[in-house]
Design a binder for this molecule. Structure first.
Ligand SMILES: Cc1cc2nc3c(=O)[nH]c(=O)nc-3n(C[C@H](O)[C@H](O)[C@H](O)COP(=O)(O)OP(=O)(O)OC[C@H]3O[C@@H](n4cnc5c(N)ncnc54)[C@H](O)[C@@H]3O)c2cc1C
Length: 402
């Protein structure tokens, strides 16, 4: 990794955090998947690490990272090899994203949204639409975005109000979407819309919309306290006409389709939190081994040692929960409750323990010439991704009590 020019000499590097890589059951990841994971880690440390702070400072979508990821073959991870993708397992996917998020969560989550869309097109699109759309998603020539959330509707996704009205062999879309990751740049939008308000969630369909169509307006990227590389924005539709042939998910199946990948998505967020926390622990442990105070290393002070021991325990626990859920999902076992536990625990652990890592580094912990402040900001955002923390509690308590 390039030196970022700080004056206290401790930077996380791939080598430094290698000792902290998770102990995932060997059987869960085969040799070719391990090669993809290793290459993704190398790419993240060599390409993304030196640039991540720039995208954050410039408050813009990490477009160069997306293009570079595409060249690395990271845009069709859930698409079968016969269609040009990598077709890796859910466990391997979680490991790939953990490695990328260890460097930058924005780049990792941007790829999650794109890969999920490519996977959905591969599994669900009618053959003619699939043939038209899939190659450009797998190659990364087109950036994908998933538009479910609206300015007035988040957790209660069945209540979306964006309207789709049939008109001959076309549909007309009207309404506003919010929080579209990749939205400032995406050229293929999967838009969830209500075709019949009286039918509730049974009226929802999804359309694959060309981002350059007439009747689409985009806001600038949201001004956030972190995660600007995600290019998250609002996108609205005004009499936007979409051919019926671009229906990705037919009326009646839209809500189920939107929820279809939710367990995997929550597992991926958990794994990404483990990646950020791993970097936090590696950075803090190296720092306290070097820094002197009151005649000894910070690493010799029991308060510092025990604080980092707590970070390590939470990282172990987050990993066990995340990969237990990933292995269950990959084996076709029910994973919804496991995924909810994993996401709730890992997001909380990431935020709290990254702050602990920064605390043992004193004021240098707050400097932006290492990734911890950037990770801490995006750790806060993970509480909302793919279902807020409280929605995980809805899932867990339902299993416990109903
Ligand atoms: C960085 C980022 C990227 C995102 N990317 C996308 C994207 O690409 N596509 C997309 O469609 N969406 C995206 N989202 C939106 C995300 O899915 C929503 O933020 C999430 O679903 C929560 O909705 P909300 O923020 O509107 O909160 P609300 O639903 O308004 O909830 C507000 C609060 O009430 C709590 N609450 C809600 N319902 C219950 C309940 N039943 N019981 C107890 N508490 C409850 C919530 O947990 C939360 O704390 C993104 C969000 C962020 C922050």
């Amino acid at each position: 990794m390039e030196s970022l020019g700080n004056d206290f000499g401790v930077m996380p590097t791939a080598d430094l955090i290698a000792d902290l890589t998770p102990d995932v059951d060997d059987a869960a990841v085969d040799a070719s998947e391990q090669a993809i994971i290793d290459r993704a880690a190398e790419w993240a440390w060599t390409y993304v690490a030196p640039r991540a702070e720039t995208w954050e400072r410039e408050r813009r979508f990490a477009s160069e990272a997306f293009a570079s990821a595409a060249a690395e073959g990271l845009c069709g991870l859930l698409v079968p090899p016969a269609d040009g993708g990598k077709g890796i397992s859910q466990v391997a996917l979680a490991r790939v994203l953990e490695e990328i998020a260890a460097v930058d969560l924005s780049v990792a989550f941007s790829l999650v949204c794109h890969n999920n869309l490519a996977g959905a097109v591969s599994r669900r699109a009618p053959s003619e639409l699939r043939a038209r759309a899939l190659p450009s998603l797998v190659s990364g020539e087109r950036v994908g975005a998933f538009l479910l959330t609206e300015p007035g509707v988040g957790s209660d996704a069945a209540a979306i109000t964006t309207r789709a009205q049939r008109d001959g062999d076309e549909w007309t879309l009207d309404g506003a979407k919010a929080w579209a990751t990749n939205g400032t740049t995406a050229s293929l939008l999967s838009v969830y819309a209500q075709t019949d308000p009286a039918a509730g969630h049974r009226g929802i369909a999804a359309f694959l919309v060309d981002g350059n169509s007439d009747g689409i307006e985009r806001t600038a990227g949201y001004d956030l306290f972190g995660g600007h590389g995600l290019g998250t924005n609002g996108i609205s539709f005004h009499e936007c006409r979409v051919p019926d042939a671009d229906t990705l998910v037919p009326v009646g199946q839209g809500f189920a389709a939107a929820m279809e990948g939710i367990d995997l998505a929550r597992i991926l967020v958990s794994a990404m939190c483990c990646g950020m926390l791993r970097t936090g622990l590696a950075t803090a442990t190296s720092y306290v081994r070097e820094r002197q105070a009151f005649g000894s290393r910070l690493a010799d002070l029991q308060g510092v040692r025990f604080r980092l021991a707590d970070v390590a325990t939470d990282l172990e626990a987050a990993r066990l929960l995340a990969y237990r859920a990933a292995v269950a999902l990959a084996a076709g076992r029910p994973a919804a409750v496991m995924a909810a536990h994993a996401k709730k625990f890992a997001t909380r652990a990431a935020e709290r323990r990254l702050a602990d890592c920064m605390q043992v580094m004193g004021a240098n912990g707050a400097r932006r010439d290492h990734p911890l402040p950037r990770h801490l900001a995006t750790a806060r955002l993970t509480h909302y991704l793919d279902g807020a923390t409280e929605i995980q509690d809805v899932v867990i308590s339902r299993a416990l009590l109903d």
